[in-house]
Ligand binder design. Structure first.
Ligand SMILES: [Zn+2]
Length: 168
């Protein structure tokens, strides 16, 4: 079975961005897309940045899963997972991609308490006692002109849903 390390190297060989970075570094340029190429080096045709192995897009999810999902007791938090992966690997937007992965973790979403704001209890609607006590108003606009008007004001009674239409 192929190790993750070897799988990363093979993926990097086949990845267009890694190839572009490799070419740009050969030309002694300092950036490729949004990636700063300072502290990048190529050893044995493998790309390294800050002494960490560069990871191509196709391997990112697998590595996050390896670091995050395979803990024995509980899933790790964002910073622990980030620090674990940063120890060996490097890719663009690491923090954001790990955060998104953890946010979408099915196990955590089911088992951990929600941090969403708690909604208030629903309040019942006001009980109406007579018609035209509560009304809603709305305008119907952009009608064709008739009697020098092209707008209709609608007045609706909430209790019996009676309506009045007023040309204006
Ligand atoms: Zn989780």
């Amino acid at each position: 079975m192929i190790s993750i390390q070897n799988q990363i190297i093979v993926e990097n060989w086949m990845n267009q961005l890694c190839f572009d970075i490799w070419i740009i570094m050969k030309q002694n340029r300092k950036t490729c897309q949004d990636i700063n190429l300072d502290n990048c080096k190529i050893l044995d045709e493998v790309l390294w940045k800050d002494d960490r192995l560069w990871i191509s897009q196709s391997m990112i999810t697998l590595l996050i899963r390896e670091a995050y999902d395979l803990s024995i007791s509980d899933h790790f938090d964002m910073n622990w997972t980030l620090n674990l992966l940063r120890w060996l690997y490097c890719w663009s937007n690491m923090r954001m991609m790990i955060k998104r992965y953890i946010w979408n973790c099915y196990v955590c979403r089911r088992s951990k308490a929600s941090r969403d704001q708690i909604n208030e209890l629903l309040k019942s609607l006001l009980i109406l006692e007579q018609q035209w006590q509560n009304i809603s108003l709305d305008f119907i606009i952009n009608l064709s002109e008739s009697d020098e008007s092209n707008v209709i004001l609608t007045v609706i009674d909430w209790l019996f849903k009676k309506r009045h239409y007023i040309l204006c």
